[in-house]
Design a protein around this ligand. Structure first.
Ligand code: GTP
Ligand code: MG
Length: 420
């Protein structure tokens, strides 16, 4: 037990990030203060009071740990610069849900643009009609929101007599939108292909590996493809080139085992998207963008730098071989530097994490997504780049750009991090 208040226990990344957005002066900061039950953000009748994002971590019962993000208001639509909308859209990337604050009977192009952007990014959106103490929304206006299929709550952030009702209605509506966030299982591969598409899976030769360890990822990929109305062709790496040639149409995606990725890349035309099983799992289990970014640190390693090989479980002979012998060897060969490579296993990172220039994590097959996410978060807080076995192997084989080709955001993050 610790003395910490409950809200400081959960790492930020596991909290529901609620972004409060809207035009200037609609009462975003007042709404946030009302939810927080304290004056977290400055409010004023002056438009443009909030200039930078104000964050408040709190326990929003019964929903759980959340981060409220109060954003700078956007100009009235008439003077709305394109750049402002772009900035607002960018801010969406940090949010799990958007709360769009408006005032009664005012709906501009900005609101439409934000609703569309949230829709495109598949971020649920809840409309708050604020300042109803000054005047109610008229029936036509509410009908317009309903026509746009928007969920809304009405109330006043500054009227103490009505805050409790406002808050509880807000939480109820919010909960109604949440299942979409939590019930949709992350896709392994199915979302990367069009319906009716075909994936070519290149599996390692030693299919008879103990306890089916090498088989599970392929079975999961097959199932996910079938669930998404796609088909698959499975070949061993030796038969890959011939199988590819026999196809009348190129596959929509090639997925191979990390350890044969260099050869498979060599045999695959540039126009065919290609990745590895471990990159697919990294995406499903962790945060591929962060891990692609982390891989850029490989290029910057110097003599004497420390690298940590981290495993989620304490006993895993097969990955031991990759994590303790192969990757360290490739890493030394690739960088040409004298590195200190440590390893850790189990549920905790070592206390001296900040001494490392890079953490290379296993695929986390025995870890939950939350566990992986919180580890990524710890590394982020200590400013230590983190990547994973699969991403690192492709980088060390010199084919990471190619293996990230189906994931534009991760590829961009990797290229950007290489420049810095
Ligand atoms: N009457 C009334 N006034 C409100 C309400 N909510 C906010 N206000 C007032 O509206 C003004 C603007 O509120 P803020 O919370 O600063 O608005 P904001 O959207 O954060 O503004 P920017 O940060 O400038 O974009 C302040 O004077 C608030 O007191 C409400 O529900 N009713
Ligand atoms: Mg504000």
């Amino acid at each position: 037990m610790t003395n910490q208040p409950p809200e400081s226990k959960a790492p930020k990344s596991m909290r529901l990030h609620i972004g409060i957005m809207g035009r200037m002066n609609v009462g975003k900061s007042s709404f946030m203060n009302m939810l927080a039950g304290q004056d977290v953000a400055i409010t004023s009748p002056q438009a443009g009071t909030t200039t930078d994002v104000v964050e408040k971590t709190m326990e929003l019962l019964p929903i759980g740990p959340v981060v409220l993000l109060d954003t700078a208001g956007v100009d009235d639509a008439s003077t709305l610069a394109e750049a402002r909308i772009e900035k607002a859209k960018k801010a969406l990337n940090r949010m799990d849900i958007v709360v769009l604050v408006i005032t009664p009977n005012e709906w501009t192009d900005f609101e439409d643009a934000l609703v569309n952007a949230a829709h495109t990014k598949k971020i649920p959106l809840l409309v708050i009609i604020n300042k109803t103490d000054l005047g109610q929304a008229n029936p036509n206006f509410l009908a317009l929101l309903e026509m746009k299929k928007l969920v809304y709550v009405q109330g006043s952030s500054t009227d103490p007599a009505r805050t409790e009702t406002f808050k509880s209605e807000f939480k109820e509506r919010l909960r109604g939108l949440l299942p979409k966030l939590f019930t949709a299982p992350p896709s392994l591969i199915g979302d990367l292909l069009p319906p009716g598409g075909m994936a070519l899976l290149v599996v390692p030769i030693d299919l008879g590996a103990p306890q089916g360890r090498l088989i599970v990822p392929q079975v999961q990929a097959l199932r996910d493809l079938l669930d998404n109305d796609a088909s698959a062709l499975v070949v061993k790496d030796r038969e890959y080139a011939a199988a590819l040639q026999r196809l009348k149409q190129p596959p929509d995606l090639v997925v191979c085992d990390s350890q044969v990725v260099a050869r498979v890349v060599a045999d695959t035309p540039e126009s065919i998207p290609l990745t590895t099983f471990s990159i697919l799992f990294a995406r499903m289990k962790g945060d591929l963008v962060a891990q692609a970014q982390g891989a850029a640190a490989i290029e910057k390693l110097q003599d004497g730098d420390k690298v940590l090989m981290a495993e989620g479980c304490s006993h895993h002979p097969l990955e031991d071989d990759i994590g303790r012998i192969k990757i360290p060897r490739w890493l030394r060969q690739y960088t040409g530097h004298n590195l200190t490579i440590d390893s850790c296993a189990g549920h905790d990172f070592p206390d001296n994490l900040q001494e490392y220039k890079l953490v290379i994590h296993c695929g986390g097959c025995v870890m939950t997504k939350q566990e992986m996410t919180s580890r990524l978060q710890i590394a982020k807080e200590k400013a230590v780049p983190i990547t994973n076995y699969g991403v690192a192997i492709s980088a060390l084989q010199g084919v990471l750009r190619r293996a990230l080709s189906p994931f534009p955001a991760a590829l961009a993050a990797y290229e950007e991090a290489q420049k810095n």
